[in-house]
Design a protein around this ligand. Structure first.
Ligand SMILES: Nc1ncnc2c1ncn2[C@@H]1O[C@H](COP(=O)(O)OP(=O)(O)OP(=O)(O)O)[C@@H](O)[C@H]1O
Ligand SMILES: [Mg+2]
Length: 400
């Protein structure tokens, strides 16, 4: 962590956002600046035009640099897309510490062991996340260091990505003039910013409904159990509005943000909406309930896809803490109520709890805030594997 700076870079389908923060010696995180711009060259969460995206990355990071008055070097960058896959694996090692005590070295060794997967040559591991450690066959908490025992085991969730798509992201960052410190699964980042450890313990599904993708992550007993990227998001709602109302995508987006709601939200029910037709063919008015008829089926379809994945995961019945929605589409009025009704799960809109930069508490920034939190956690793990992450937990507490 150079200069104690930690920078998150969220490359989304609709927006690119950079967040610059500094960690003080005492472990206090201070947000310094945010820079953002419209995304270019990204489709369904994946970079398809490296040149266009790298320019947008440069624009967003430069804007954050200018407002913080400093130069950024390394960034923690988000990754998504339906090339992301995940599976569970296990590892076992014999403890090497004196006095039959598990050391940080043993944990490293068992994690290494659990990371040994045979993968096709075009795929690589992006995360190996411990779910549960066992000592001498007994299930344990998340932190085995210092415990007595001779055999250490671990169950992990391994997230893999296509090497080519991951490479495209890193190329973009490099071309924009920055170093990638690492790629982070978007849903994992969003969860770090908005999901409380107690919810992760009880069982919770984080659903980040962005512009081009809906990212799902299921946590139980504080470990990531299942993750999936569904290639549908808010842009599809905008396209439906454009087609349904015979207008441009720009106008459709504007109408969605201003008048969009689902039948569960009762406000503005009788509002008249003026719609400009394409290519100067005049304008006409529709009622907002006509808009609901276009928006609602698409949102129901997205939620249906989420439900299918929840069922497929096998964790559907174990989500005692329900669902947390993040991403720009979670701002659609009435979506929380619709999700609760349709999936039968208690649902909340996820917000990062930040005192400074109030704007960042919007669920649309959950990923970028989470990237910074992830960056801190990883940097700390890398520089001091022996310190057991105790301080990290203290910092993270500040966000809930
Ligand atoms: N108030 C709002 N009501 C409804 N939709 C909204 C609102 N604000 C933003 N959106 C929608 O949210 C989407 C963008 O969300 P977000 O910024 O989370 O996506 P992204 O990170 O760029 O994309 P992705 O994560 O899918 O790659 C757009 O489709 C936008 O229209
Ligand atoms: Mg996003």
């Amino acid at each position: 962590m150079k200069d104690n700076l930690v920078v998150g870079l969220d490359i989304g389908t609709t927006k690119i956002c950079a967040l610059v923060a500094r960690l003080s010696e005492e472990g206090h995180l201070k947000i310094l600046s945010v820079g953002k711009c419209s995304s270019r060259g990204v489709r369904k969460g994946m970079v398809t035009d490296i040149e266009a995206t790298s320019q947008a990355v440069k624009e967003a990071v430069t804007s954050a640099e200018l407002s913080a008055g400093l130069k950024v070097k390394g960034v923690w960058v988000s990754i998504a897309g339906d090339h992301i896959l995940a599976q569970d694996n296990r590892g076992f090692v014999k403890a090497t510490g004196e006095d039959r005590t598990i050391t940080a070295k043993d944990v490293e060794a068992v994690m290494e062991e659990a990371s040994q997967l045979v993968l096709p040559p075009d795929r690589e591991i992006i995360h190996v996340l411990p779910q549960q450690f066992t000592i001498d066959g007994q299930n344990l908490v998340k932190q085995p260091v210092g415990m007595k025992g001779t055999h250490l085991g671990v169950g992990v969730h391994v997230v893999t990505a296509s090497s080519a798509w991951r490479g495209n992201i890193e190329n973009c960052v490099r071309r924009a003039g920055y170093e990638s410190e690492g790629v982070v699964l978007q849903s994992l980042a969003s969860a770090m910013a908005t999901v409380h450890p107690e919810e992760e313990d009880l069982g919770v599904a984080l659903v980040d409904i962005g512009g081009g993708t809906t990212d799902l992550a299921i946590f139980l007993r504080e470990g990531l159990r299942f993750s999936r990227v569904i290639p549908v998001g808010g842009s599809h709602i905008t396209s439906d509005i454009a087609v349904g109302l015979h207008t441009t995508r720009e106008k459709a987006e504007e109408i969605k943000l201003k008048y969009g709601f689902l039948s569960q939200a009762t406000m503005r029910r009788k509002e008249k909406i003026r719609v400009e037709k394409i290519a100067g063919r005049g304008s006409y008015t529709v009622e907002s309930k006509d808009l609901v008829r276009i928006i609602q089926p698409r949102v129901e379809e997205i939620l249906e896809l989420v439900e299918k994945e929840l069922t497929r995961s096998g964790y559907r019945e174990l989500l005692s803490a329900g669902m947390v929605l993040t991403g720009g589409t979670s701002l659609l009025r009435g979506i929380r109520e619709l999700a609760e009704d349709q999936l039968g799960l208690p649902t909340k809109i996820g917000q990062a709890h930040l005192e400074e930069f109030q704007e960042l508490t919007s669920p649309i920034y959950a990923t970028v805030v989470g990237l910074v939190l992830y960056g801190i956690k990883r940097s700390e793990e890398l520089t001091s594997k022996e310190r057991l992450g105790v301080r990290i937990k203290e910092w993270l507490k500040e966000f809930f």
